[in-house]
Design a binder for this molecule. Structure first.
Ligand SMILES: [Zn+2]
Length: 84
């Protein structure tokens, strides 16, 4: 993957980025220990699709199966769990 960002960061923002990276990495490991799975259709045909504009460590994905986009924090659809 190409890195085209040439922004300079001060110490504080580097720290914040490292912490974010750790945070999102932990989220990914807990959530998808065997690889990314689409929360919309449960498919494993998920490819990486860039990063969040405001949170560079937040990986975005594209599900080839249902043609939807997701990221590290996209919630699963709660089908049939809530019934009134
Ligand atoms: Zn999907």
């Amino acid at each position: 993957m190409k890195k085209s960002q040439s922004k300079t960061h001060n110490i504080l923002s580097i720290r914040a980025i490292i912490d974010d990276a750790k945070c999102f990495q932990t989220v990914r490991e807990l959530r998808w220990p065997d690889g990314v799975c689409c929360p919309h259709c449960d498919s494993r045909s998920v490819v990486k699709y860039g990063r969040d504009e405001t949170q560079p460590e937040r990986q975005r994905y594209h599900s080839r199966s249902c043609d939807r986009y997701l990221d590290d924090l996209t919630e699963r659809f709660s089908k049939g769990i809530i019934s009134h």
